[in-house]
Design a protein around this ligand. Structure first.
Ligand SMILES: *Cc1c(COP(=O)(O)O)cnc(C)c1O
Length: 475
């Protein structure tokens, strides 16, 4: 298996990359995103065989189709080390919870940080440690977070050899629970940096440090953002696991509804469908930040400005653009790298938008690729959290509520609908209290975390000071 960029016109075989070459990279040099040159096909007999596998072994089978530069026994060991009951809480790893006949939640948020990003990030931590040791290299992950991504990265990389994490966050702006989750990590290789400013200041620091190419090279600065192919690939596994749990035989079809922001999660569903998994619809659920819903309704992809980007009660979906969306558009355009480059490399930067509405391929997003969409508001979230509690006795988090609301609008008779549960309610307690008048349940291992000792340094948004900190840590 080799990887190509979504913006490449013709990639000579010698320039096609192998998995471990793109593992530690972000964007392709031409600004595009890496994709496998083809999607491996999973036939009926294989899918049947996979029905009896553990999650870790299913992950190994799927990853093997995309990774041919890690020996099989090592890859299997990495999967088994990652997907354990000790880390994810159940033997099934991603159990389905039936709400009613034909409607399920797939629990993706029982990892260390109680959000679905653990599903991929935990694997990434082990892959990074493995590959860095093999190369005899080190990596300094430098990122900005307003919550979920940063803590998932820290919990994945804590104690890993060869990796340090420098994570900036806006000082005092995360919830007490989120702060406690991140700042209570005392591992030597984890650096929590609270920046006296807002999230944009943190992102500007990341841009400034990564933009200094000499510094970046000298100190091996990397990221773990959602455009990383390995993260996407790891997420493909739980679509197979969800399908297998919801069906008895391979002639049954299943639909998924996915609370979406950067289009990483649902893009993994698209990849699973392209591999031949019998998925009927892939329903994209957004909050008020409806960039993706607008596209799937109209064909217009329009990046939002800061003033147009809403702070909502499902904050992990508050995006102004969907950074993984380019991968799907590349497929939609028949793998036309030149056109993808024009849309994302020229039209979006210049006009902030493009319009595929008039193009005949736009209709294929639904007809050929199964996409549908919908959006939800704060009031919808409150209503859904209440009605889900009243009807099923289940408390869902705000992101999952966005998914459930939209899922109800797209259910079809005879086709099970699986809604991905992307976080546990305790992470967004304030909205649960607003909806239900009481605190959500707190998993035992999180009782009292606010009182644990914290390791965090408060710094001004000063590029040089941050560079000094990184340099000192590496000395
Ligand atoms: C990141 C996140 C999302 C959005 O996922 P994308 O891959 O960005 O679409 C949804 N819900 C939660 C809880 C998240 O942390």
């Amino acid at each position: 298996m080799r990887y190509i960029s979504t913006r490449a016109t013709a990639t000579p075989p010698s320039e096609r990359k192998r998995f471990c070459e793109i593992l530690l990279e972000g964007l392709a040099p031409d600004g595009g995103l890496y994709l496998p040159e083809t999607y491996p096909q999973v036939d009926d007999a294989t899918l049947t065989r996979w029905r009896s596998l553990s999650y870790a072994d299913l992950a190994f089978e799927i990853l093997s189709l995309y990774v041919d530069d890690i020996p099989a026994e090592d890859l299997r060991a990495l999967c088994r080390k990652t997907y354990t009951q000790a880390v994810f809480g159940t033997a099934a790893i991603v159990p389905l919870k039936q709400l009613e006949d034909g409607l399920y939640l797939e629990a993706l948020s029982n990892g260390p940080t109680l959000a679905f990003k653990d599903m991929a990030m935990q694997l990434l931590g082990n892959l990074f440690e493995y590959e860095l040791a093999r190369r005899g290299e080190e990596l300094n992950i430098f990122g900005a977070t307003s919550g979920d991504t940063g803590s998932a990265a820290e919990y994945a990389m804590r104690g890993k050899k060869g990796v340090r994490v420098f994570m900036t966050s806006p000082d005092g702006r995360m919830s007490p629970f989120q702060q406690a989750q991140m700042f209570s990590l005392l591992d030597e290789n984890i650096y929590n940096i609270a920046i006296t400013g807002v999230f944009d200041d943190c992102q500007d620091l990341v841009k400034a440090v990564s933009g200094d190419l000499e510094f970046k090279r000298k100190y091996k600065i990397g990221t773990v953002n959602s455009i990383n192919w390995a993260r996407l690939m790891a997420q493909v596994v739980y679509y197979f696991a969800g399908y297998i749990q919801a069906t008895q035989a391979n002639n049954e079809r299943v639909s998924f509804t996915v609370p979406s922001g950067n289009f990483g999660n649902v893009c993994a569903g698209h990849v699973a469908r392209m591999m031949g998994l019998p998925i009927d619809q892939l329903v994209v659920a957004t909050n008020e930040n409806d960039v993706l819903d607008e596209f799937f309704r109209t064909g217009v992809y329009r990046v939002r400005g800061t003033a147009d980007t809403h702070e909502t009660s499902s904050p992990s979906m508050d995006i102004s653009k969907a950074s993984n969306f380019e991968r799907f558009v590349f497929d939609l355009l028949g793998c036309d790298g030149a056109r993808t480059a024009d849309l994302f490399g020229a039209q979006v930067p210049r006009q902030g938008r493009f319009d595929l509405g008039p193009d005949p391929v736009f209709a294929q997003a639904a007809s050929r690729y199964g996409f549908a969409s919908g959006k939800s508001t704060h009031q919808d979230r409150l209503n859904t959290i209440r009605s889900t509690w009243q009807k099923y006795g289940v408390v869902v988090d705000t992101h999952t509520a966005d998914g459930l609301k939209v899922a109800h609008e797209h259910r079809q008779a005879g086709v099970p609908m699986v809604v991905l549960e992307t976080a546990l309610p305790i992470k967004f307690a304030a909205t649960i209290v607003e909806a239900l008048g009481r605190e959500p349940e707190r998993p035992a291992q999180f009782v009292g975390i606010e009182a644990l000792p914290k390791k965090v340094r408060v710094m001004a948004p000063d590029v040089q000071a941050i560079k000094n900190l990184i340099a000192q840590a590496c000395a």
